[in-house]
Every structure is written in structure tokens, then in C-alpha cells.
Ligand binder design. Structure first.
Ligand SMILES: NC(=O)c1ccc[n+]([C@@H]2O[C@H](COP(=O)([O-])OP(=O)(O)OC[C@H]3O[C@@H](n4cnc5c(N)ncnc54)[C@H](OP(=O)(O)O)[C@@H]3O)[C@@H](O)[C@H]2O)c1
Length: 301
């Protein structure tokens, strides 16, 4: 094993130790995205930086972020301190509603770039299908043209069929990904079918049910976990990977972060995948109607 150390950079990461065999997904614009990433929702700035550094040390290169999480700066600091070349990372953010259109979008993208300490964002999502999302998307397309953003995605556009089609069928640049809540208790079969003709991948938020105790102690998953000598969480993440999703579990616990990437040395059998699929009960852990989302349009970050 080759250990690369740069003087003065104690966090510099051993390049050999970080491959971790994370597969990539080919996006509909030709880019490759590491299938597993780390999420950064609902954690403090300090925890987000620590979690990213621990994740990078163990092979994660994909980070899911958003302006609304207020930790883009922490991700940027962790990328810089890691000493890992920028091109190894796949960094996403999500444009918040108060930054949609009206002359604000391009300026907000520049602010995100500053916080990430980088000159491009790999994938920029539009966070919610509310407000002036159409003109925001057109501005995001300009950021792609200028090289500041490499791919565009839609987040939570499962909330409205009309708004989904307004982007997917009518805009010049098609989304590469749709980010939605998805886990074994809500497997989202309808929306998965809907994105197929467009070659849009599904990226799962709340992939562990946001830590739901019932899901993380499910007896059926426990039986599969015991058969593989793995944890329930590892089986859930492995199921996501074998379903072809991109998956972005969040954690501020270093042991959990290491556990969450240790899923590429085994596989679930067809029978086990069938058993996992049988757990679907369309149970969402985050429920918000389009009307409630529309009311969020005035929130500022
Ligand atoms: N687009 C959107 O609107 C949207 C909405 C929500 C989330 N997201 C994105 O999706 C990401 C994932 O969602 P999430 O973080 O809310 O929920 P999640 O990944 O489903 O679950 C996170 C919870 O699981 C626990 N956990 C993680 N690994 C574990 C392990 N190995 N063993 C036991 N517990 C474990 C974490 O606790 P510990 O910290 O103790 O490990 C945390 O409480 C977010 O971070 C964010 O990037 C996007």
C-alpha cells in the first residue's frame, strides 16, 4: 500500500486506501457518478466537515449537499484539507427557492462555488418544484454553458406530475437525476417507471428512513444481515446499490460512515432481493403536499 503524505497536511488521505470499489452510474449526459455518496442534511457545520473527512478517508468521493443545509462551506473545507484532487470528487448542491430566477440564480451559483472552494459543481439540483422553477432552470442551463455546473438534477419533482413534465419535456437540458425519498418501506415503483424513458437515475434521500428505529431493526432484514455477517444498514444500502439507485446515507458517526461504505465485498442473491422488495408498504417518513411545499416558497437561506 502506498501512503502519500504532504508536509503540513495531516488530513492528507492515502490515495490507495480510498478506492473502496464504489461503482459508478453512467448518467444520460455521459458523465459517471459514484453510486454511493454521503449526505449532509440536518447536521452541524463542524459535524459535516468531520463526516466528510472521515468519508473521504474511507473512499467516499460523492457528497450530497444543498444551500438549505448551510454546510457547503464545511464540504469545501473538507475537500481542500483532504488533499484529494478536485477531479476525484463528485459534489452536488441544490439551489434553494429564494435563489430561483429574478437575476439571483447565477449569483447564487457563484456563492456556492466560493463555499465549495471550487470552480465547478458536478451536479446541481433544483431543490423543490415550487416558485419560479422554470426560469431558475433556464438560468441553471446558462451555468452549464459557462462550465460552472456539469449536470442538472431535479429534487422532489415527484410531488407534481405537471411540474415534472414541465422540466423533463420542455427544457433544453434534461435532468440526469431525480432525488426523492426512497427506502425499503417506500420503494417508489411508479416514479421509477416514469423516469426510465428519460434515462434519469433515481437518487434516494432518507435511504435509511432517516434512522427510523423500525426500519433499522426490521426482523426480515436482520435475517439476511445475519446470513452475510453484515448489519441491517449494510443490507439496506446493498439493496439500494443492486436496485441501481444512487444512495446518499447521512451520518455524523465515524464508525457508521465506515460501515456504510463496507458493502462492496458481498452481494444479495435474487431471492434476497425479492424478499427485500416484498417489504415495500409505500410508507413515507416525510410527507408534504404540493400546497405545503408551495407555502415554503418564501423561506430564505
Ligand atoms: N432532496 C431533499 O429534499 C432531501 C431531503 C432529505 C435528505 N436529503 C439528502 O439525503 C441524505 C440522506 O438522508 P438523511 O441523512 O436525512 O437520512 P438517512 O440517511 O436515511 O438516515 C440518517 C440517519 O441514519 C443513521 N445512520 C447512518 N448510518 C448508520 C449506521 N451505519 N448504523 C445506524 N444508524 C445509521 C444516522 O445516525 P448517525 O449520525 O448516528 O450515524 C442518521 O440518524 C441527506 O443527508 C441529504 O443529503 C435530501
Amino acid at each position: 500500500m502506498v501512503v502519500v503524505l504532504l508536509s503540513g497536511s495531516i488530513n492528507h488521505i492515502n490515495a490507495q486506501a480510498t478506492k473502496a470499489n464504489v461503482p459508478t452510474l453512467k448518467l444520460n449526459n455521459g458523465m459517471e457518478m459514484p453510486q454511493l455518496g454521503i449526505g449532509t442534511f440536518a447536521i452541524s457545520y463542524a459535524d459535516a466537515k468531520m463526516a466528510c473527512l472521515e468519508a473521504f478517508r474511507n473512499g467516499f468521493r460523492h457528497v450530497d449537499c444543498a444551500t438549505a443545509y448551510r454546510v457547503e462551506g464545511a464540504v469545501g473545507e473538507a475537500m481542500k484539507e483532504s488533499g484529494i484532487p478536485r477531479e476525484e470528487f463528485f459534489i452536488t448542491s441544490k439551489l434553494w427557492v429564494s435563489d430561483y430566477a429574478d437575476g439571483k440564480t447565477l449569483q447564487s451559483i457563484d456563492t456556492i462555488l466560493k463555499r465549495f472552494q471550487t470552480d465547478y459543481i458536478d451536479l446541481l439540483y433544483i431543490h423543490q418544484p415550487i416558485g419560479d422553477y422554470i426560469n431558475a432552470w433556464k438560468e441553471m442551463e446558462k451555468a452549464v454553458a459557462s462550465g460552472k455546473v456539469r449536470a442538472l438534477g431535479i429534487s422532489n419533482f415527484d410531488a407534481s406530475d405537471e411540474r415534472f413534465h414541465a422540466i423533463v419535456d420542455s427544457m433544453q437540458i434534461k435532468p440526469v437525476a431525480l432525488q426523492i425519498e426512497c427506502h425499503p418501506y417506500a420503494q417508489r415503483n411508479d416514479i421509477r417507471e416514469k423516469v426510465k424513458p428519460y434515462g434519469i437515475i433515481i437518487e434516494c434521500w432518507y435511504p435509511l428512513g432517516h434512522g427510523d428505529e423500525g426500519l433499522l431493526s426490521d426482523p426480515v432484514i436482520k435475517t439476511i444481515a445475519d446470513a452475510h455477517g453484515k448489519s441491517i444498514v449494510q443490507i439496506i444500502l446493498r439493496w439500494h446499490i443492486q436496485e441501481g439507485f444512487s444512495v446518499i446515507p447521512g451520518s455524523k458517526n465515524p464508525a457508521h460512515i465506515r460501515e456504510n461504505i463496507n458493502i462492496f465485498d458481498f452481494a444479495l442473491s435474487d431471492e434476497e432481493m425479492t424478499t427485500m422488495r416484498s417489504l415495500n408498504k409505500d410508507k413515507r417518513f416525510f410527507n408534504m403536499t404540493l400546497e405545503q411545499l408551495d407555502r415554503m416558497a418564501s423561506r430564505r437561506f
